[in-house]
Each structure stands twice: as structure tokens, then as C-alpha cells.
Write a protein that binds this ligand. Structure first.
Ligand SMILES: C[S@@+](CC[C@H](N)C(=O)[O-])C[C@H]1O[C@@H](n2cnc3c(N)ncnc32)[C@H](O)[C@@H]1O
Length: 206
């Protein structure tokens, strides 16, 4: 999976800007509003760091992680360019995090759950490393609800090795509800961010 992202790393931000700028902007704003001042944050599958840099505005420290080294290099360059200095970077597999239990105030995993072979395992890892009283934030594109042109683009990505599963809003909400409750988290909220490729935005309290 990471080889597709390694290949795509150099043009990821450009494609996001062209295809889904409005949804990504809403996502960053919604995320920023969820980060308490001084929080210690883990961003998993952070890609080129879009959500890490948004979180860094309020956070004390953000650890920006991904399986793809090339995506992480792009994230590093972006945070330097933006003059953000409270982000550190590390390679991590979201399904086998190296962090001890109860390490972070906020754990983010944006736009990755639909890419994983074992999203349930990743979900329980995210809950495990979140402090009691902390939150897990899981924005995810609901690609089944994008327009014809964007579905066509996703089909082209698939020819190039993109392995994402399509989800609609109902499937996303079911995934969040089932996994939150299975992991003992009964307080969660979701909302929908509308645009070319809409996204669900779930916040789960541990
Ligand atoms: C669609 S991008 C999302 C990037 C970022 N979270 C965002 O919203 O802009 C998906 C990212 O998930 C990463 N990824 C895929 N499988 C992973 C895994 N098992 N562990 C960590 N990262 C993974 C990819 O390398 C890629 O950077």
C-alpha cells in the first residue's frame, strides 16, 4: 500500500487542492476547533500533514506519522515552509502503533480507514493510545457520494494502484458507531462536510 503513496507523494497536495479544496478547508477548520489549547496530539496516516499543521495551531506538540516515508518528507517540508515548529515526524503503521497506552490528548486518523485491510484493529489502536477523557478524530471521504467526474478520477487512481474501498455516509456512520461501542466509547458525534468528495467527520470521546 505505501508504494502507491510513495509514488503519489509529490503531487498529492496539488490533486487535493484541485479536486477537493472546499471539503479539506472545512475539515481543517473543524479539526482545529476540536484541539484543546496545549494538547499532545498524534496524527496517524498523516500523509503530507494537512491535518497535523491544522492541529498544531492549538496543540503543544503534534507527532505526525505515516507508513510512507515520501509522504512524511512532504509533510516535513510543508511544516518548515509554514514556520510550524511544534511538529515531530515518525514512521508508524496505524494498525501497530509503538506508543504506550493512554499517551495522547487527541488522536487523529484522517482519510485512511477506507484504505486498510483491518480498520477495526486500527480503530482499537487509536483508542488504546488516547488518554482517558481524550478524543479520537476520524474524518473520512465518503467517495460513493462524489459526482461522476470525481468517481472517474478515483477509477483512474485504482488503475495506478490505489486500494481504497468506497463508502457512503451510512456505511461510515455504521463503522464509527460499531467500532466506538466495541471499544467502550459511547460518546461520539458525526457530521458531514459537503463538496466534490464529501467527508464524514467523527469525534469519539474515550
Ligand atoms: C488519503 S491519504 C490521507 C493523508 C492525510 N491524513 C490527509 O487527510 O490529508 C492516506 C495516507 O494513509 C497512509 N497509510 C496507508 N496505510 C497506512 C498504514 N497502515 N499505516 C499508516 N499510514 C498508512 C498513506 O501512506 C497515505 O499517506
Amino acid at each position: 500500500m505505501s508504494s502507491f503513496w510513495d509514488t503519489f507523494a509529490g503531487i498529492y497536495d496539488l490533486s487535493q487542492m484541485v479536486f477537493n479544496h472546499s471539503v479539506n478547508e472545512q475539515m481543517c477548520k473543524a479539526l482545529e476547533n476540536e484541539i484543546p489549547k496545549g494538547a499532545i496530539v498524534l496524527d496517524c496516516a498523516a500523509g503530507t500533514g494537512m491535518l497535523s499543521t491544522a492541529a498544531a495551531k492549538n496543540a503543544k506538540k503534534v507527532l505526525c506519522t505515516d507508513l510512507s516515508k515520501k509522504m512524511l518528507i512532504q509533510a516535513m517540508k510543508k511544516s518548515s515552509r509554514l514556520g510550524i515548529h511544534n511538529i515531530a515526524f515518525a514512521k508508524r503503521n496505524i494498525t501497530a502503533l509503538k506508543d504506550p497506552d493512554n499517551s495522547y490528548d487527541v488522536v487523529i486518523a484522517g482519510n485512511v480507514m477506507h484504505l486498510l485491510d483491518d480498520p477495526e484493529k486500527a480503530f482499537s489502536e487509536l483508542v488504546r493510545v488516547t488518554k482517558k477523557g481524550g478524543k479520537i478524530i476520524l474524518p473520512t471521504y465518503v467517495t460513493k457520494e462524489s459526482g461522476f467526474f470525481f468517481k472517474l478520477c478515483i477509477s483512474v487512481y485504482k488503475l495506478l494502484g490505489y486500494g481504497g474501498r468506497e463508502m457512503n455516509t451510512e456505511e461510515y456512520l455504521n463503522f464509527i458507531a460499531e467500532n466506538a461501542e466495541k471499544n467502550g466509547c459511547y460518546e461520539y458525534s458525526t457530521r458531514l462536510l459537503l463538496g466534490n468528495i464529501p467527508a464524514g467527520f467523527a469525534v469519539i470521546k474515550k
